[in-house]
Each structure stands twice: as C-alpha cells, then as structure tokens.
Design a protein around this ligand. Sequence first.
Ligand code: ARG
Length: 417
Amino acid sequence: MRIDTKSRSDPLRRRLRRLGPGERREEAQAFIRLFHRENRLGDGVRREREAEITRALRRSGTYEHTPEELAFGARVAWRNHSRCIGRLFWKSLEVIDCRTVRDPDEVAARIVDHMALASGDGRIRSLITIFAPVRNNDLPVYVESAQVVQYAGYVDGAGSVIGDRQNVEATRIAMALGWRPSGPPGMFDVLPLVIRHRGRRLLYEVPPSVIREVDIVHPEYPRIAELGLCWYAVPCISGMIVTIGGLDYPCAPFNGFYMGTEIASRNLADENRYNLLAKVASAIGDAPDNDKRHLWKDRALLELNRAVLHSYDRAGVTIVDHHRASEQYMEFARHEHAAGRVPSGDWPWIVPPQASAACPVFHLPMRDLQAVPNFYRSRASDGGRLRPNYEHETRSRLQERWDRMKRRVRDWHRLHN
Ligand code: ARG
C-alpha cells in the first residue's frame, strides 16, 4: 500500500512560522546587529551588510547567510533554547554547512556522516548539520522522523505494545511503506529514517555501524541485565526547525549527549513509553504489592538511573547525571548574566525529573524570552511566539512602544487567523 502520494499541503508548511516581509526584515537586521556586536566587528562592515541584506530581501524576498553567520546563528539558537539544560557548552557546537545539498539520497548520506562523527570513539561531539533553508514558497528536503535513531513500537493483537509506545505511529507508517524489522518484532528495533521530498516519503536504513548502543546493566543487581534493556548513545533531533535572522532551516539535525534521567526516568519509565518500573522493581527484589505508599517506584527509578549512568560510563559513552547538569546550568546562567544577557529558561523542562528540589535549578526563577534565533517544532506551539529580543540593546522609548504595538497586532492576527 502506498499511503502517501504527491500532495500540495506538505505538513511542513503548516509548521513553519509565518513572517511578513517587514517581520523578516526586522529579524534579519536584529540578527545582523547581534552577530556584529558579539563578534566585535566594526560598525562600517555591519552597515554594509545590513544594506546588502535589505536589498536582497527587497529583490527576492530572501537572503543568504555567510558561513560565519550561519554557525553563529545555530549556536545562539541553542543558547536561546529555553528547554535545554545543557547550554553551558553552546559555543562548542560544531556546525556542518550542507546548504547546497538538496538531493534526498545525499541528505541521508550526510546524516549518516553526522552520526559517525558525533559518536566517534564514545566521546560525543555536539554537532548540527544544516541543509537548505526555506526560500519563499520553496520547501526543501527535510527529515520527518523526530530523531535519527529511534526505536519501533508495535501494537500486538491483544493491544499491548512491544517497544517504544511513543513511536507506534511512526512504526505504522514505516511498515505501510514496506519496512519490516529484520527479525520478529523486538523491544529495541531501530526505525528507518523518513525523509520528505516533494511531498513524498522516502525511507533510509541508518547503517548499524554508525549507531552506537549501550546495554543496560547494574553495578550490583545482575537481574537488571536480564531485562535485556539498551539505549542508543546519540540523541540526534531531526524534527525541529532552526530559525535564524528571519530564515527557517527545517532540515538541521543536531545532537548533544544524554543526561541519564532522560533515559532512566522518562524513556524507560514513563507509562506511555517503556513502562518498565514494575519489572525493574522485581529485578532488584522489591515487592510492589506490599507497598501501599508506592515508594517502590522511587527505588526502582533510582536503581534504573544508577544502571544507565554505570552502563554508559562502562562503555565509554558520554553521559551526564542530573546533579552535574544542574550545576552546569547554574554556571551557564551566571555566564549569561556576566555577559549582560538574560538566560531563557522553561522551568518544567529544565528541572530534572529526579531529585528535583535537590538540584539547584529547582530554586532558580526562570523566564522564557522566546527569542530568535531558536529551534522550534511548529508555529502552532513553540514557534508561535518567537521574536527578536532587544533587551541588551539601547532602544528609544518610542521604538520600544512601536515594538510593543507591532507585537500586539501580530499576536492578535495569529489568534484570529
Ligand atoms: N529527551 C530526548 C530523548 O530521550 C532527547 C532530547 C535531547 N537530549 C539531549 N540530551 N540532547 O531521546
């Protein structure tokens, strides 16, 4: 069965931010000023570049970033992304410029290269590969899969799920397009990468040689290993759009490394994911039935976290625990303040799901400026309120009032359109 034929309404179109020509010009100029200010480039060069961009926008509705602007924009998008606890390292993001790559096979090949480079010998490098931007009405090739590596979820006859419940729909689509797991459905079958090209879906197998996986074992409870759990080394997000200076790059897979709780407290534990707490409890010799306060869950969570951290360490794969990550976030916030900037934070995302109040970030007031450059999924959710942030610029009262008014009109329009 072919479930997808050529169609005009590519789902990407419904996710992209809608910017009018004036808004795009404003974002482009704000970005260029930021780029020149933070890199201490002279005023003359900046004015020239601004004029050039204004001309290009007027002529063609779009413009092109220099490689330096692109790299800076991607790093600042990370710095601005309020949901990430790992931003202390934003400057070290390596940017691979693939803007000229437009052929889906080639996109897939570059993503394979990305995965190989990112996992290397186990010391994970934070990388982003950026493919072609949206130009006016032209949608480039992009990745539909939320991550480059993710595990299949199969619904069996009785309605229970083998594998990752989160990916049941993605698995159904892949199978409808002809994909099959290599053996009987397993708990950790890597799904193929789905690439969208001119409305069509194309499937690509990511070669196992670039997918590093870690078997989960516990330093003290051998029965944890018997559960046969594993997880992949490199979380590579491929379903987000990077917006820089008014231009959107919908195909820009990026990766960092894991914080243990993402795997142990969420992916393997959540009821709508692997839902493994009861199994972990019995593997460590706990009897959930006798614990009317349900604290067996806390014990299972703790031991699963220990197991994940221990297993990654043992395999030599980079991972951070939530206590250290929280400290690093505090340091990031201090650095930002010292640089005269306000860090954006989204509290429910930053605070780890384990030992929350014992992590310093729990007690840190946070504000989300929703500034561009940034990463977003859809204008209907996280992309809708992104805008340039002028807090570190001296702007006249009049300009500020004008900004506010424009924003109000814009928000009104978004609400009513
Ligand atoms: N939470 C997601 C997962 O468990 C990954 C999100 C990005 N995480 C990161 N450490 N860069 O797969």
